[in-house]
Design a protein around this ligand. Sequence first.
Ligand SMILES: [Mg+2]
Length: 371
Amino acid sequence: MIIKQIKPFLVDRFLLVRVYTDQGIVGNGEAGLWAHQQTVYHAIQELSAYYIGQDPTRIEHHYQAVSRNTHFMGSVLSAAMSAIDVALWDILGKSVGLPVYQLLGGKCRDKIKVFNNVSGNTLADRAESAVQNVAAGFSSLRTTPFFPNWQHQNSTQVITSAIEIVDTIRQAIGYDVDLGLEIHRNLSPNDAVILANELAPFRILYYEDPLAPQSIDALDYVAQHCNIPIATGERFYSLQQFKELIDRKTVSLIRPDVSLAGGFTQNKKISALAEANFIGVFPHLMGSPVNTAAFAQLVTSIPNYVLMESNLGSEVVNQIVDLPIKREGGYLQVSDRPGIGLEIDESQLDKFPFQPRQITENVSSDGSIAH
Ligand SMILES: [Mg+2]
């Protein structure tokens, strides 16, 4: 079997890829560098020249050949390679009639626990959202403890408001449900420490991305000065970046993205590095139903999976695949079909024109860029 063609598709907010073989098997994948989809689209086209004519089952070999060719790796190339890697595993699974999780070691779990987000622009809306999520079956929730335009507030106002938000949610749902905090890389190290220590009494499951991702040293400082487990990694794109994060014992949970950090090939290794250090895997899942299905295959096969997004936002585009993954309450059901368990339906893709993401200015009250 050889690879005949690789086609990227810009659909809605997503970048999908299909890898076609001479035996009629087609692999499906998705790239996860969601802010720069058009750049990755062209990277996939460029890399295709290497893959075409190759045996699609030499997956590790191809990862090594492309990533070590000129050592220019970064997030763009990694996202392109991740999408192709998932598609190659999809081809391999279909060629032997097995789901990818079987090829990665078999089932470690029967269903996949997922969380949902608590949202709303008022305290009452947050309480209502939290209650609705619990009623829908979720036993793990996440919120960002800020209201819109919070960057215009001073530190005292931000902390006071955050405490009110988390207190309101806890009063609404009690303490039988897990609650994590997503900070979206918005704080300075000292503000992150102060806020974490104020919120720790609410029994917070994790403190996700308090800081911009450039410095593990700075994140270490936060981790050493607060009592909430830190989660990070959704902007990391390599095995080596995760190794440093894990070796430093900075985090309790890592957030690798299968569609950014090297597909199944590298994310299985990243998960094993975390496992050896008693660190949980909390994958960062965004994207279309293709990504949801692919992520489900990986997390079914790793022992230290903890949680990931339920990805409810993508349900409107379920038409782009033949069999979207099913959710029951707070759990996803992994597909037992060969490969990643679904096919992209190319006849549906034109219904969802590409929506490129614009760069927006996130400004403070004085007009300067906030974090
Ligand atoms: Mg995040």
